[in-house]
Write a protein that binds this ligand. Structure first.
Ligand SMILES: [Zn+2]
Ligand SMILES: [Zn+2]
Length: 429
């Protein structure tokens, strides 16, 4: 069997890996890399022609964003993923279509129609693909690792989290395979992520200080995963009385993602699933949450409140309007809870920029700016622990990470043959 890397090699974005041999073929993920310019995987004509079976690990655009383009180029592959992944995919591809306009709305429908739902642990056998199965990856709702059974066994982690989060169980461990393709987003030695407990209490303490001082808090957040996690953390602290009972306004695409998280609670932590199932106590519909109307945004900020809104890096969405309304009052606070990519407004404000353009209006950032580190990935030590815990493992490919970080990670995986592939490279496994 051979493995080729068409994207996500030495970078975070446009993940796309091909596994083939014995006239059988499987593409693992098919993403894009968003930035100043959108980058796509290096899918040449030969690969394009044989791209008939694609497994999708999870619904983030860096793993699915190239699918509409592939369909528009004239290919109609079968797509395999879990049920919630397809639900989230529709939401995110729709949003991508709205923002980019680089394919037609009809194409999104065609992509969705090509979906085949695969439950975890079910062995899938297709004539022209090596047999495979999916395992829980603990990253976002429905996220999966892929096990390919041919060639001594291969595991592709996709994005994963080893430890339990507020919403998701940690990933499956101790699988048996000769080859591992592992992400390394936080692979550097310095990448030590705080526990969910620690991050949660840091967030609650920070929010409390601002509310008690009479200010409001804006938390820009990604729609899928992070938004729901922050909601539940704040709800816990408010219900316990640690946080004063102010309205928590949830705005932007987070609400649409909530509906999907509420629908597939069997993919969440068992406690959360039981809570929703037994008592009809939907954690996303707590009495503390409110869905604001667009025209009320200025009015609702007259009283201390908490706003959770897209987009996570302040590159669009209602979060920008809230920031414009809140920026001038130093009693208010902006809290980043996710990664801020280079060049985004979020990163510039995080780095201390004070004069920014918001909705065409020059604003001075007087409000407090803080960051609390939540993550849906494994950190350096988790990555090492995961690889060492596998059975029969010989060879590791490190992907989905900056090259320097992957090299640091490689140094701590001495018992294995470790390869950091480059784009378009092919290896025997
Ligand atoms: Zn992801
Ligand atoms: Zn990713």
């Amino acid at each position: 069997m051979e493995v080729s890397f068409y994207g996500g090699a030495g970078e975070v974005g446009r993940s796309s890996i091909e596994v083939f041999g014995d006239k059988k073929h499987l593409l693992l993920d098919c993403g894009i890399k968003l930035g100043a310019e959108t980058e796509v995987p290096q899918i040449n004509d030969a690969l394009f022609a044989r791209s008939k079976n694609i497994v999708i690990t999870h619904a983030h655009l860096d793993h699915i964003g190239y699918l509409p383009h592939l369909f528009e180029r004239g290919q109609s592959p079968a797509l395999y993923a879990t049920k919630p992944t397809f639900a989230l995919m529709e939401l995110l591809l729709d949003d991508y279509w709205r923002i980019s306009g680089s394919f037609s709305k009809k194409t999104v429908k065609r992509v969705m129609n090509a979906g085949r739902i695969i439950p975890f642990l079910k062995k899938v056998k297709e004539k022209h693909a090596p047999s495979f199965s999916l395992h829980n990856a603990g990253h976002i709702l429905g996220s999966a690792m892929v096990e390919v059974f041919d060639g001594g066994g291969l595991i592709y982690t996709g994005d994963f989290r080893l430890r339990e989060g507020r919403l998701m169980q940690g990933c499956e461990r101790r699988m048996r395979a000769k080859t591992l393709i592992m992400e390394g987003t936080y692979g550097a030695k310095m990448d030590k992520l705080p526990s969910i407990r620690r991050a949660s209490s840091d967030l609650a303490n920070s929010v409390r200080r601002t509310l008690e001082g009479g200010g409001s808090v804006l938390i820009p957040s990604f729609a899928v995963g992070r938004g729901q996690e922050i909601m539940l953390v704040l709800e816990d602290y408010m219900r316990s009385g640690f946080l004063p009972a102010v309205p928590i306004y949830v705005d932007g695409m987070i609400r649409k993602a909530n509906a999907i998280y509420s629908k597939y609670t069997d993919f969440l932590r068992p406690e959360l699933h039981r809570r929703t199932n037994k008592s009809m106590d939907n954690p996303f519909e707590s009495r503390f949450f409110f869905s604001p109307k667009k025209q009320n945004r200025a009015k609702m900020l007259e009283e201390p409140s908490i706003i959770i809104s897209t987009s996570g890096m302040l590159s669009g969405g209602p979060a920008l309007e809230y920031l414009r309304l809140m920026a001038g009052n130093k009693k208010n606070k902006l809290i980043f809870v996710g990664y801020q990519a280079e060049g985004t407004l979020g990163r510039r404000i995080q780095d201390g920029e004070k004069f920014v353009l918001l909705d065409g209006e020059e604003c001075y950032i007087s409000l407090d700016v803080e960051s609390v580190h939540f993550s849906a990935h494994a950190d350096h030590d988790d990555l090492v622990e995961f690889a060492r815990g596998m059975r029969g493992l010989k060879k590791i490919f490190l992907v989905h990470g900056e090259e320097a970080k992957l090299h640091e990670l490689m140094a701590d995986l001495k018992n294995f043959e470790v390869i950091i592939p480059e784009i378009s490279e092919t290896f025997k496994v």
